[in-house]
Design a protein around this ligand. Structure first.
Ligand code: ATP
Length: 234
């Protein structure tokens, strides 16, 4: 296996006295799509927040290209090449589609992504570029959220439940663009409730249960029975 670009080593996370993650270890290689699945409250979003610099964690619990970044502030993490597509999209409602995208590029990392490339990936956004972000459909807003993260030219893209609340045809449409993103050499961690979609998209899957890795393996080797057992602890 190639050297990982991201490695989590025995990662714990807490909200005050409440411990949400227990000793999570994980590796993501260059150009690889890794899925994190699990029931509600399993700790999936917390895991992404830790990587994105939004939670206090042990410094050496998160390594990017062998450098400890755990607990570094979010803007440092973005400038090192990690971008988050947050759950619920969190677009700026008073700004247009294009203004939202431009905000993603503010840190100015060099790389293949710019407005033109994002519009090639999602042509509908170019048609709607001057519209206020909230006037778009849910799927189009999700495209803006992904485009905004790409504008930061990350090496690793973290996607938190990009299919949430979207119709199956829209989910397929968005997931159909992932190969074009990976083709630019990016790695992805996708947090997904839609297990079928996660298994189709990812090479490797981690299943969290109550803050611990209950199952991990190559997507093609995971059976429905193994996943349900890890999901529900039965
Ligand atoms: P979901 O799919 O419902 O978003 P999840 O797997 O992403 O679930 P997390 O949101 O990471 O789960 O939550 C993990 C645990 O941490 C849950 O028990 C949740 O109640 C708790 N938790 C999450 N955010 C906070 C917070 N801000 N303060 C306190 N506890 C929290």
């Amino acid at each position: 296996m190639p050297d990982p670009i991201l490695e989590l080593r025995d990662l714990d996370a807490h909200y005050g006295d409440f411990q949400a993650l227990f000793g999570v270890s994980m590796r993501v290689a260059e150009g690889e799509v890794v899925a994190v699945i699990g029931a509600n409250g399993a700790g999936k979003s917390t895991l992404l927040k830790c990587i994105a610099g939004a939670m206090p964690v042990r410094h050496n619990a998160i390594q990017l290209y062998g450098v400890s970044i755990g607990g570094d502030p979010a803007h440092d993490v973005v400038s090192r090449g990690i971008a988050l597509v947050p759950e619920g999209r969190r677009l700026f409602p008073s700004l247009s589609v294009e203004e939202n995208l431009l905000i993603g590029g503010q840190l100015g990392r060099k790389g293949p992504w710019n407005l033109k490339r994002v519009y090639e990936l999602f042509p509908v956004l170019e048609e709607r570029r001057h519209q206020p972000a909230p006037s778009l459909s849910g799927g189009q807003q999700q495209m803006v959220a992904i485009g905004r993260a790409l504008m930061a030219n990350p090496r690793l893209l973290l996607c938190d439940e990009i299919s949430l609340g979207l119709a199956p045809i829209v989910i397929r449409d968005i997931y159909a663009r992932i190969p074009a993103i990976v083709a630019e050499g990016l790695s992805l961690i996708i947090v997904e409730q839609d297990v079928v979609q996660a298994l189709k998209t990812a090479r490797y899957v981690y299943c969290l249960q109550e803050g611990r890795v209950a199952l991990q393996g190559e997507a093609k080797a995971l059976t429905r029975e193994k996943i349900s057992a890890a999901y529900f602890g039965v």
